[in-house]
Design a protein around this ligand. Sequence first.
Ligand code: C5P
Length: 276
Amino acid sequence: MIVERAPAKLNLALHVRGRRDDGYHELETLFAFVADGDVITLAPAARASFAVTGPFAGALGVVEDNLVTRAARLFAECVAPVGPLAITLDKHLPVASGIGGGSADAAATLRALARLSGVVTDDPRLFAAAERLGSDVPACLFGRTAIGWGRGERLQAVEGLTGTPVLLVNPLVAVATSAVFARWDGIDRGPLPSGDATTIARAGRNDLAIPAKLIEPVIGEVIDALDAVAGAQLVRMSGSGATCFALFDKVAACHAAAERVRLAYPGWWCLETALT
Ligand code: C5P
């Protein structure tokens, strides 16, 4: 049996530089990962099966065409044949929430299958499969703090921020990525700053925050709630939302902020974790 973690992804900065002819947008983004997320378990079995457990299992809806099963099919087609597998996805991350839950699950499935088949996890065929599964899947496969260009598939590791306490808050509204990109105003506000992860995160922006707030104004309330807590060093939305994050210097400050948000907004999802 193979157990593979699928950590949540954050976009510490996300600059949208232009619309492309293929319907995607040209990005410059700073990806980072946290210590918590979903978990994929797979084991050879007499018959193929796929089960979803965990607090967000119900939110996933139809599981036949899940990114996990698509990743497994693509691996078998493009990388190495695999026999029937019993796959379980333990779903802890809210769906359609800007922290790459589905992408992380797909990347973890590819990693687990690579381990099962004796394929090295930096095999270029895995990255090719990842790119076909979604824009954030290559970054999730890479799994390290990195700058992403293109759709986010051209990656370069960058140092900094490891261990930083972070609070993730989601108002539990699902936001469709394509809808947010479609509302982007087309204005190029400039490249990512250069430097280490701290410098880029501090001086960066999320250009999708404005269109996401137009679709779901509650995102503005999440940002305001995080801005109001003591000790937050950087507050921003991740990806196309609705999850927002706050970075802290100290675990105690992160914990106090989480307590405050939980008390004031009992319906929101809160995760105290750390950047890896
Ligand atoms: O690649 P992925 O399937 O995750 O993208 C979902 C949708 O988000 C795309 O269909 C597209 O509308 C939008 N998108 C985009 N530009 C990107 C990434 C995603 O327009 N760089």
